[in-house]
Ligand binder design. Structure first.
Ligand code: 5GP
Ligand code: MN
Length: 325
């Protein structure tokens, strides 16, 4: 998609009916999803369009300080947008828009390499560390102004999806995008204080218990995983929406090359997967386990009756990956 085509689509929407542009991202939103929805809504509004974000699910606490209520709606009821913008969402099943079925043109902007959305216009840039980075460049090309507030929102997405520049998607371009946003007035220290150095004590204690009592290892410690149960969540008063960073504790263990987190669900386990070694693809394993994602960070679903069975299915798939070379 060129900026010219995007601007023409925005102008087209503006001239039709209520002119509303609805902006959605993926289910179980993370920092990049929230950042993308909120910054796109704000930047398009500043540019004179009638834009609103939709975030139907409860958001991670770490994102809440960056989400002004007047920029988003929780439900799609009664909305009749003229344009639907899907951000940071690789496939149609993962769109979080409260069941909204678009009868208007659809635009897809993302950085997932396996993006399979059907849209009139599409911009997928897997070389970008975050959809927020795609948006920063694209909105700049479109000639839109980026205020310090919106620069902060965009930087939030870059920092979350790059793990504060620890992950392999930290390219020179990602660092340059962040530098440009900081020059535009992005408040980096506010993001660090409010989104990262602000963990709930219950979550920290849950992490300690998971590592102390529930850490599983295989292949001489080259693979490790933890299983998150409703009982543990309840014991520490932690909600699923705030558990996204738990997998980092497993990834950070010396010797671990593949890290996983399994979360108990009614007919199996939601899988989060990370690779620390570029020779092994978390994305490939996840695609074999009903999911997908990036090479080094991916997710899927394991159908299993209990955690033991899920662990066996997972180790089998990890074995295939280790053996492939
Ligand atoms: P997380 O483990 O943080 O939920 O997800 C890591 C990455 O994998 C994200 O880029 C996310 O979009 C992708 N991902 C997670 N779960 C799924 C899934 O079920 N299907 C697909 N296609 N991608 C997923
Ligand atoms: Mn993302």
């Amino acid at each position: 998609m060129t900026s010219k085509a995007f601007l023409a689509a925005l102008e087209g929407a503006k001239k039709r009916g209520n002119g509303l542009i609805l902006i959605a991202a993926h289910c179980r939103p993370d920092g990049d999803a929230v950042s993308s929805v909120v910054s796109a809504a704000a930047i398009l509004r500043d540019a004179g369009y009638n834009a609103v974000g939709i975030l139907p699910e409860p958001l991670p606490d770490s994102c809440l300080p960056f989400v002004p209520e007047d920029l988003i709606v929780r439900s799609s009821a009664g909305l009749n947008p003229e344009l639907f913008l899907i951000l940071d969402c690789s496939n149609p099943e993962r769109i979080a828009a409260d069941g909204f079925e678009p009868s208007c043109p659809v635009i897809n902007i993302d950085h997932h390499p396996d993006n399979s959305q059907k849209a009139e216009l599409s911009l997928v840039r897997p070389e970008c560390c975050a959809t927020a980075e795609v948006l920063y460049h694209f909105f700049t090309d479109c000639g839109f102004a980026i205020t310090p507030e919106n620069a902060t929102r965009l930087l939030l997405g870059i920092l979350t999806d790059s793990g504060c520049f620890r992950f392999d998607n930290t390219s020179p371009e990602a660092l340059e995008s962040a530098a440009a946003l900081i020059r535009l007035g992005a408040d980096r220290s506010r993001i660090v204080l409010e989104a990262f150095s602000n963990r709930d004590p219950g979550l920290v204690r849950l992490e300690a218990e998971l590592l102390n009592n529930h850490l599983q290892m295989a292949f001489n410690g080259r693979a490790a995983w933890i299983v998150l149960t409703p009982e543990l969540l309840q014991k520490y008063g932690v909600e699923v929406r705030n558990t996204e960073t738990l997998i980092d504790a497993v990834r950070n263990i010396r010797g671990v090359e593949i890290a996983a987190l399994l979360r108990d669900e009614p007919d199996g386990y939601k899988l989060s997967l990370r690779s620390k070694n570029a020779r092994y693809s978390a994305g490939r394993i996840a695609r074999r386990l009903n999911g997908g994602g990036h090479e080094m960070a991916a997710g899927g679903y394991i159908y299993a009756a209990n955690a033991e069975e899920a662990g066996e299915i997972l180790t089998k798939q990890i074995q295939l990956e280790f053996d492939a070379l």
